[in-house]
Design a protein around this ligand. Sequence first.
Ligand SMILES: NC(=O)c1ccc[n+]([C@@H]2O[C@H](COP(=O)([O-])OP(=O)(O)OC[C@H]3O[C@@H](n4cnc5c(N)ncnc54)[C@H](OP(=O)(O)O)[C@@H]3O)[C@@H](O)[C@H]2O)c1
Length: 325
Amino acid sequence: MRAFVVKEVEGSLHLGVEQREVKSTADTDLLITVEYSGVNFKDALVASIGGRVRRVPELVGGVDAAGVITSSTNDEWPVGTRVAVHGGDLGVARDGGFAQSVYVPAKFLSALPDSVSTRDAMIIGTAGFTAMASVLALEHHGLEPTGEVLVTGATGGVGSHAITFLSARGYLAVASTGSPAQSQWLTQRGAVRIIGRDEIADKPDRVLASERWSGAVDCVGGETLHHILRSLRYGAAVAASGLVASPELHTNVYPFITRAVSLLGIDAVEARDHTRRAVWQAIGEMAKTIDFEPLVDHVVRLEELPEALEKIRNAQTRGRILVQP
Ligand SMILES: NC(=O)c1ccc[n+]([C@@H]2O[C@H](COP(=O)([O-])OP(=O)(O)OC[C@H]3O[C@@H](n4cnc5c(N)ncnc54)[C@H](OP(=O)(O)O)[C@@H]3O)[C@@H](O)[C@H]2O)c1
């Protein structure tokens, strides 16, 4: 099979397509023929030199894949089942989805609802999964369709899906973006208002800012998350999943102890079975009414992955880059 390999040798990084034998390991009981994969910010971190995300010197990249089970020793997952594969150490410490086939353990699988094609599944991918997990967490916390919900990193994978899902569920999604040229596209995805990244910092000289947001989906972290916490309405919550600006969070306890706000952590990697099922079920419902195609930035072959990874690293994408191996 053909696969996109990330290799670090004596301090230098090699990226390229190789002919490889698809290998099973002791814990892999399923072989997936990959129809689509997608490019995530995390893939760009894996394909970086000296980063802490990739945990082995050499592997097939790709934290996401969707396809069909073509070999199985697990009765619960018969041959022919259409699945999305993501999470765990896929594409981080074991071979991932930038390949024609991949062996995986069953715990990384989600069966796709009938309404979701394998292409849709990778338009959604880990980013869309994270966005829906964020929306469900906010709803569980009590989000109501009154007031505005802030979405940061709006043109990215998590952000653009969050806007699409929030809007489809009747919420007023406000998009924060560093890419004002994409305002029209964000409006078409369902954003009711577009603001710049710097507009999130309201009254920075005061301990608390004005109560602006009924909820927020944040994949940016750092100062942005600090300012969101200061600007949430009484009792509201922010679902935090990312660190594109910074993994640091310097804040104070006032939003928590005087406005009863909540910081909800979102993790797609180790998401438990019940969470995976709930998220894909909610996505399946959305798929009956949403056309996901406008969220595709472009589709690449394995050979074109180095340019795609560079684009996502430099925030030059809009929505999702798909990979057709
Ligand atoms: N917790 C989890 O399980 C989980 C799962 C998936 C992703 N993530 C994390 O979520 C984040 C987003 O992932 P993604 O795949 O959506 O990435 P992405 O497609 O690259 O989107 C990130 C977006 O953030 C904005 N941005 C980029 N650099 C920024 C900066 N320095 N300051 C402020 N905004 C910036 C850009 O949008 P604008 O130009 O519109 O501002 C960019 O498109 C990443 O940190 C990723 O690791 C976490």
